[in-house]
Design a binder for this molecule. Structure first.
Ligand SMILES: Nc1ncnc2c1ncn2[C@@H]1O[C@H](COP(=O)(O)OP(=O)(O)O)[C@@H](O)[C@H]1O
Ligand SMILES: [Mg+2]
Length: 395
């Protein structure tokens, strides 16, 4: 710790303060706009917050005061909090992506809780080709949000395999993982390595099995407990739509958070032409919660394209279908929503193992029964949701 009071020693102290949401140093995120130190020991710090109306701004204020207060020689401290403009915010997100450690190879539970590294070098990818924004009116990108009433029913597994299946059908496919509470697509799709950012601060998606992938996990270390707030989430989502080098996508498949929270509503409002695919298991209880989620989706005017029943049965060696989780959940839900039951995915060890290894079953074992079901699902959706007729809400 340097013991002279100057701008550098104040900045060094401030480097220990983290943005409560992004979990990264406010210095690294570019949130510290100005540090002034005068001869009398008066320090003035200006910090730009990522979003306005930040309920955690008091915490940043306190943390900044505590950190600067430790620098010897400080007699007076003024902290000014402001809000970032669009450019600053984009740079902060890009910095968060660069800084979040790519430790996605191991299971999250096995990871030590470590502070985000500050030593990762800034790497820049090639300049971004100006692709059409996904939210422009008359986009030809078909958007499918994969939703479920609760976690653990296989929403992410279905999302990943559907994306890979659509890519195998020759489409340009994007996968957006906005499940803030349990982002897992990095692991399921086997995407590791540092995500890169272009010179103009656009995020370069991972590319796996012909699918372009971005995940909430790109922004924060996976072991970090993050309290996401509405306004921040909204900005994140906006970022995912507008500041990712998607190129010209045929399909965008979105791994939605389970349930009916703010994020689902936000997606719905941003992308009015998105279709929802509901995932459930055969159990009645899963069906009921999925139905509640669907009810909300319907109220906000999002159309549901169909239902996928996952873990429907186990195929026995002799060919019988063993319905381990009961039966009928998918069909009941589809009937209640007046939409088709589009697929019944068997419970297969390969599906789980593929997810853990980062190789979705459609890519790893394309002739397996589960893979064939996913490929059929992709084919059906291809026919049900025709391209080129959607009009995105111009927001
Ligand atoms: N059809 C299936 N057969 C075998 N395991 C499955 C199947 N679908 C999902 N799983 C496993 O169940 C667990 C939960 O699935 P996941 O897709 O993460 O659910 P969610 O996203 O709904 O929380 C994962 O370990 C996954 O590999
Ligand atoms: Mg999931």
């Amino acid at each position: 710790m340097p013991n002279t009071l100057n701008e550098q020693s104040v900045r060094t102290a401030l480097a220990a303060v983290k943005d409560p949401e992004l979990g990264q140093s406010i210095i690294d995120l570019g949130m510290v706009r100005q540090v002034k130190v005068d001869d009398a020991g008066a320090v003035a710090v200006e910090v730009a917050l990522t979003v306005a109306g930040c309920p955690l701004h008091e915490r940043i204020d306190q943390d900044v005061r505590a950190a600067v207060g430790q620098v010897p020689g400080v007699r007076d401290l003024t902290v000014r909090l402001d809000v970032m403009d669009e450019t600053e915010r984009r740079q902060a997100f890009a910095a968060a992506v660069r800084l979040s450690e790519a430790r996605r190879g191991a299971a999250p539970a096995a990871r030590p809780v470590a502070p985000a590294s500050r030593e990762i070098p800034v790497r820049s990818g090639p300049a971004a080709p100006a692709g059409p924004a996904l939210l422009q009116p008359n986009t030809r990108t078909r958007i499918i949000g994969v939703a479920s009433g609760k976690g653990g029913v296989g929403k992410s597994t279905v999302t990943a395999n559907l994306a890979v299946a659509l890519a195998q059908r020759g489409h340009k496919v994007g996968l957006m993982d906005i499940d803030v509470y349990g982002f897992s697509q990095g692991r399921i799709m086997g995407a590791t390595g540092q995500p890169e950012v272009t010179a103009d601060e656009k995020i370069i998606p991972w590319d796996r099995y012909g699918v372009k992938l971005v995940s909430m996990g790109m922004f924060v270390p996976e072991d970090q407990a993050i309290v996401w707030r509405g306004p921040m989430l909204g900005k994140m989502m906006q970022q995912f739509f507008s500041d990712v080098v998607w190129g010209d996508l045929d399909w965008l498949v979105v791994d939605m958070p389970p349930g009916t929270g703010d994020v689902a509503l936000d997606v719905a409002q941003k992308v009015r032409h998105a279709k929802l695919l509901m995932v459930t298991t055969p159990q009645a209880v899963a069906m009921h919660v999925a139905r509640r989620a669907a009810g909300v989706a319907e109220r906000i005017g999002q159309s549901i394209v169909g239902v996928v029943e996952n873990m429907s049965y186990v195929r026995c060696p002799h060919g019988d279908r063993l319905e381990v989780f009961g039966r009928g959940g998918g069909k009941h839900l589809a009937d209640a929503l007046n939409v088709p039951l589009l697929a019944q995915v068997p419970l297969e060890p390969d599906v789980r193992a593929g997810g853990d290894r980062g190789e979705p079953v459609v890519a790893a074992a394309p002739t397996s029964e589960a893979a064939r079901v996913f490929l059929q699902l992709a084919e059906r959706l291809d026919h049900m949701v025709p391209p080129g007729i959607v009009t995105a809400a111009a927001r």
